[in-house]
Design a protein around this ligand. Structure first.
Ligand code: SF4
Length: 332
């Protein structure tokens, strides 16, 4: 169980049920009242070296902006939901936009307001809308602290319309297995070769645990997706990802293989990642490889076109071979 080193909380959180519960749950943990979860002076002053330590804090507040962003991959909208950030430390994490603002786990206690907006939006629409509720954090991980995913599924299942989806790199799915989700929730489990999980995805679940989680979710009636993400082109990438695809083929249940779908995402990286990682994780692998990466503006990098094309071909061919009946939603 995660016990934070300290909690930083906005003064109004005790007006919400979850806020009261969290204050009670962490009553023995040092606490500091803050004005705004977006701007914690003390955190801003910390050096990159302190990044992993900062992730041992919990920030609790309310979400003030509820803007849905249109999306056309697996959902219709990206929805800011009950948390932002994470206590794990994947070296490429795209949530590391600015470490002193985005790195640590922020929990938002006004969940009723957020779910209500999703339900109202879906009911107003003529078509069945899908909402991505996990683009700012990892909800399976967050659930171990707040029980918010259980709460969400229980409170969403009776709405007339709409689908919720979220990605995860964690295997703690047991709390949602017995829920009557009515097919309205699509968990998507993100996988990578074990070697990459070990070297890059610090603090996340092992590959075997994630595969087991996929089987369990399917057994519990969920429609499940698999993200192979982010694909990192290390020198031996073909060998690593071929082994991964073969392992998935041999370990996933027949039920999963019947209709699981894939999303493939190539890693993007940035100057900020490089700066934080070299100070915070000096012994870690350097993910910036200038021989195969190129700039894409604003200090961001991605793989060169020829590498991405080779990657696309590789995944199309091998998924077709080992998962001939399964759809690849996109490769980007
Ligand atoms: S598990 Fe997801 S949210 Fe957490 S550090 Fe890794 S990529 Fe970021």
């Amino acid at each position: 169980m995660f016990v934070p080193d300290a909690i930083y909380f906005e003064k109004d959180i005790d007006k919400y049920k979850l806020g009261k519960e969290l204050l009670e749950k962490y009553k023995d943990v040092p606490r500091f009242q803050i004005e705004n979860h977006n701007n914690i002076e003390e955190m801003r002053k910390k050096s990159n070296k302190e990044f992993p330590k900062m992730k041992r804090n919990l920030i609790i507040g309310t979400r003030k902006t509820h803007k849905f962003v249109e999306n056309h991959k697996v959902s219709d909208f990206l929805v800011p939901y009950t948390s932002s950030g994470c206590i794990a430390s994947c070296l490429y994490c795209y949530l590391v936009c600015n470490y002193n603002k985005c790195a640590y786990l922020r929990l938002f206690v006004n969940r009723e307001e957020m779910l209500d907006k999703i339900i109202k939006t879906s009911e107003k629409s003529d078509k069945q809308l899908t909402f991505e509720i996990g683009s700012n954090s990892d909800l399976i991980l967050e659930n171990t602290i707040t029980n918010n995913l259980v709460w969400t599924i229980e409170n969403f299942k009776d709405s007339n319309k709409g689908i919720l989806t979220f990605p995860t790199k964690f295997d703690m799915v047991d709390p949602i297995l017995s829920l009557n989700h009515k097919g309205k929730i699509i968990p998507r489990v993100s996988v990578n070769p074990e070697e990459i999980i070990n070297k890059v995805e610090f603090g996340t679940s092992r590959l075997n645990g994630r595969i087991e989680a996929i089987n369990k979710l399917k057994e519990a009636g969920y429609n499940v997706g698999i993200l192979i993400a982010p694909v990192i082109f290390l020198d031996n990438w073909k060998e690593l990802y071929l082994d991964l695809i073969k392992k998935l083929e041999s370990s996933l249940s027949e039920k999963v293989k019947k209709d699981v779908f894939f999303e493939i995402i190539f890693m993007t990286y940035s100057y900020i990642h490089t700066k934080i990682n070299e100070e915070a994780f000096p012994n870690a692998i350097n993910l910036y490889d200038k021989s195969i990466m190129t700039g894409r503006g604003k200090g961001k990098y991605w793989y060169k076109n020829n590498i991405r094309e080779e990657g696309k071909l590789f995944f199309r061919e091998n998924l077709k071979k080992y998962f001939p009946n399964n759809k690849i939603i996109y490769i980007v």
